[in-house]
Write a protein that binds this ligand. Structure first.
Ligand SMILES: Nc1ncnc2c1ncn2[C@@H]1O[C@H](COP(=O)(O)OP(=O)(O)OP(=O)(O)O)[C@@H](O)[C@H]1O
Ligand SMILES: [Mg+2]
Length: 321
C-alpha cells in the first residue's frame, strides 16, 4: 500500500496587489513504504513548497487544493491538533540550514527531549536521556555527552545537521523528508551526511523524500527521480543515468551538472528563463528553452504519459518519431 498518496495537489501563493503565484500545479504521486524518491529541479520550481505540503507547514499566504494522504489520512484537511500526530511521528523533517532550524536558546538535550515528551509522552528523566544519547550515537555524533549538553552555536554545521536528524528521528517516523540537507555544508561534511542518510534509510527502512537541486546526489540516494519544472512534475521514473531519462528538461539537467566521474568541473546553466508562475498557459512551460520543441508544444499543454510530460520525449537516447 502507498504510504503517501498525493492527488491533484496545487499550491498558490497570494501576492497581494500582484495576483497569485502558482507554485505547485496538479501534482499526482504515490510513494510506497520503504521507497526512496528524489524531487529535483531548478530553484523556484516548487520543491520546498512540495516538502512543506507533506506536513502542512505552508506559509500563511498560501492556498492548497487537492489531497495529501499519509497512511490514507488527508494531511491538508487536518486541524493543528491532528497534525501533531503526523509531524515528527509519521514524518520527520530536516532542512537546508540546520542553524536556522534549531532553536538557539535551547540546548540539544532540551530540544530532543521536548520532542519526545510532546509526542510520545515520555517524562522520566533517565529514560529521556537514554533515548537522546542513543539518537545522537545513531546519527554518528562522536562526543555525545558534550553535544547533548551544548547549545546549537557551540556545534559545527555537520554536528548541527546530525542533531536535526536525531530530532527528526526521535519519534521513529516511517517517513523522512530532507529538503536540501547538505546544501549549506562543505563538501567533506556533505559526503558524511549523505552516508548517514544512506545508513539510516537502510537500518530504519525509511521512506525517504529527498529534495535537491543536485541531480547526482539524487541518483546516489534514490532509485526513483521526480523532476519538477514550473510547479509541475515533468518526469517520474527510475533513472540511473542520462539515457534513462525521457524529458528534454531532465536531459538538460544532466548536461549542466558536472559529473564527478568526468573530467569536467565547470558549472553551466540551461539557457533561457523559467516561465512566469503567475499565469496558466495552454502550452508546454519548458518549450522556450527546449531543444526538442515542436509545433504541438505551443498549441496545447502536455499531460503526464508513461512517466513523462512531453510531446517529443526521448526514448533510450533517441527522439521519438
Ligand atoms: N510565501 C510565499 N509567498 C510568495 N511566493 C512564494 C512563497 N514561498 C515561495 N514562493 C515562490 O514560490 C515558488 C516556489 O518556491 P519553492 O521555495 O517551493 O521553490 P524551490 O524549488 O524549493 O526553490 P529553491 O531550490 O530555491 O529552494 C518560487 O517562485 C518562490 O519565490
Ligand atoms: Mg527550496
Amino acid at each position: 500500500m502507498s504510504i503517501i498518496e498525493i492527488k491533484s495537489l496545487s499550491v498558490d501563493y497570494a501576492l497581494g496587489q500582484n495576483g497569485v503565484l502558482h507554485a505547485l500545479r496538479n501534482v499526482n504521486l504515490e510513494v510506497n513504504a520503504g521507497e526512496s524518491i528524489a524531487i529535483v529541479g531548478e530553484s523556484g520550481c516548487g520543491k520546498s513548497t512540495f516538502a512543506s505540503s507533506l506536513v502542512k507547514l505552508l506559509a500563511l499566504n498560501s492556498k492548497a487544493a487537492g489531497q495529501v494522504l499519509i497512511d490514507g489520512n488527508d494531511v491538508l484537511a487536518m486541524t493543528n491538533r491532528e497534525l501533531e500526530a503526523i509531524r515528527g511521528v509519521k514524518a520527520g523533517t530536516i532542512f537546508q540550514d540546520p542553524a536556522a532550524s534549531l532553536n538557539p536558546v535551547f540546548s540539544v538535550k532540551e530540544q530532543i527531549e521536548e520532542t519526545i515528551t510532546a509526542h510520545l509522552k515520555v517524562r522520566d528523566k533517565v529514560e529521556l536521556k537514554q533515548r537522546a544519547i542513543k539518537l545522537l550515537e545513531e546519527t554518528g555524533i562522536k562526543e555525545t555527552q558534550r553535544v547533548y549538553e551544548a547549545y546549537p552555536h557551540q556545534l559545527s554545521g555537520g554536528q548541527q545537521q546530525r542533531v536535526m536528524t536525531a530530532i527528526a528521528l526521535s519519534c521513529s517516523p516511517k517517513i523522512l523528508i530532507a529538503d536540501e540537507p547538505t546544501t549549506a555544508l562543505d563538501v567533506t561534511v556533505q559526503a558524511q551526511i549523505i552516508a548517514l542518510l544512506k545508513r539510516l534509510k537502510k537500518e530504519r527502512n525509511l521512506t525517504l523524500i529527498l529534495i535537491t537541486h543536485d541531480l547526482h546526489l539524487a541518483l546516489d540516494l534514490c532509485a526513483r527521480i521526480i523532476v519538477m519544472y514550473a510547479g509541475e512534475v515533468v518526469e517520474d521514473a527510475e533513472i540511473k543515468s542520462e539515457t534513462d531519462s525521457k524529458h528534454p528538461y531532465t536531459r538538460a539537467l544532466f548536461e549542466i551538472i558536472p559529473d564527478i566521474n568526468e573530467d569536467r568541473h565547470e558549472f553551466s546553466v540551461i539557457p533561457g528563463e523559467v516561465p512566469e508562475l503567475k499565469t496558466v498557459m495552454n502550452e508546454c512551460y519548458f518549450r522556450n528553452r527546449c531543444v526538442k520543441a515542436g509545433k504541438k508544444c505551443s498549441e496545447s499543454h502536455p499531460e503526464m504519459e508513461n512517466g513523462v510530460r512531453c510531446f517529443y520525449p526521448y526514448t533510450k537516447g533517441r527522439l521519438k518519431a
